[in-house]
Design a protein around this ligand. Structure first.
Ligand code: MRU
Length: 365
């Protein structure tokens, strides 16, 4: 029922540069289709998730990953869960949906988009006007689809606001994957690059490979290659030398959660890149939609950081590279202090300088 399916890339109509990482197939009795990102770049394989357990597992194992894509997938998990509840009783449906939301919330802790999306679904569940069971089911599916469509629009806006920051023939260094695979469409960090390309401008990208799971090498390089963008992969320890050689004009990364003061959690290694950028006077930007801000979290110190299995470091991709019995450290994210961030490119415009006040003014309304 949930076996992976292979298929040709489904490109978006208006932006043929990106693929659909997560979407709802069919109507109320439909299902969630995900690109299994663990299989890229070797195979483009889809997972058809027809129950919440499959979806939870896909999020946990990073088959679907990237903060916005995780949020969209979790939201779609709610109408999916209701397919297992035959009752026409509103209370029974609401209880089923709440159980699913609580379960999905345990999949990954750092990306706030997951919790933001589930809160949006919760607001639909709390709507007292939805007394009819069929209406409730439809409203939940509509909301999940709206979250996806809004994310696509936010990515486009980020692209438009970020594109002027890239100089002609400029080179952008990025870390991890904050592209179409990580979102509904264009991505966050990669959106300005796609928009620059769509406007006929030349742009080059350095993609950090991003140990231990290689989202930069496997995913960013794959989707930029699909889009015909000039991309060069660097081992993470090469970024300093490339910057020192004057080959990087700016850095743009995504974010998984941005605290009220502008400290930004993103893939492990991002903080190091920001320190390197500062040392070489290279502007370091974070690109993120409003849904990635967590104004209830005062600073980066308060952001929960996911720790993953040490085997991801010791036995990456099936090959043991650390002696058995040796400890490995495996935080999935780190926090870049606001002071190192030149600006945050949001769907509501550029926030610069990155201060608590500027964030509250742009995002807090
Ligand atoms: O562990 P991952 O692959 O989900 O981490 C993803 C990142 O850190 C991305 O850079 C971030 O979510 C931004 S995605 C637009």
């Amino acid at each position: 029922m949930n076996a992976p399916t292979t298929a040709t890339p489904q490109t978006t109509a208006d932006h043929p540069t990106t693929v659909r990482s997560v979407e709802w197939i069919g109507g109320l009795d439909g299902h969630v289709r995900l690109i299994d990102q663990t299989q890229l770049p070797e195979k483009l394989v889809y997972i058809d998730a027809r129950d919440v357990a499959t979806l939870w597992d896909a999020i946990k194992r990073l088959c679907v990953r990237g903060a916005p894509a995780i949020g969209i997938a979790a939201a779609m998990g709610i109408p999916l869960a209701l397919q297992q509840e035959a009752s026409a009783d509103g209370n029974a449906l609401r209880a089923c949906a709440r159980r699913a939301a609580e379960y999905l919330a345990t999949s990954r802790p750092t990306a706030v988009n997951l919790f933001w999306a589930l809160e949006r679904m919760q607001r639909v569940l709390d709507d007292p006007a939805l007394t009819d069971a069929a209406d409730l089911r439809s409203a939940l599916l509509d909301e999940a689809r709206r979250i996806r469509d809004e994310d696509a629009a936010m990515c486009r806006a980020i692209g438009e606001f970020g594109e002027p920051l890239i100089p002609d023939n400029g080179a952008v260094l990025t870390h991890c994957n904050a592209g179409g695979l990580a979102t509904a469409e264009l991505g966050t960090a990669l959106a300005p690059i796609y928009i620059a390309r769509a406007k006929g401008r030349a742009v080059r990208v350095f993609a950090d490979e991003t140990r231990p799971l290689l989202q930069g090498a496997r995913l960013t390089a794959w989707e930029l290659q699909q889009a015909g963008v000039d991309v060069t992969v660097l081992c993470d320890n090469m970024a300093a030398q490339v910057m020192r050689a004057g080959q990087v004009d700016l850095v743009i990364t995504g974010a998984d959660r941005i605290a009220a003061n502008g400290d930004a959690a993103n893939k492990i290694g991002t903080y190091g890149v920001a320190v390197l950028a500062a040392a070489h006077q290279i502007p370091f930007y974070v690109a993120a939609p409003a849904s990635t801000f967590d104004l209830a979290t005062p600073t980066g110190d308060d952001i929960p950081i996911e720790h993953r299995s040490p085997d991801e470091v010791a036995c990456g991709f099936g090959r043991r590279t650390v002696p058995a019995g040796v400890a490995c450290y495996c935080p999935a994210f780190d926090v870049t202090p606001a002071a190192l961030i030149r600006g945050i490119i949001t769907d509501r415009g550029l926030i610069s300088p990155v201060t608590r006040e500027n964030i509250a003014a742009r995002i807090g309304t």
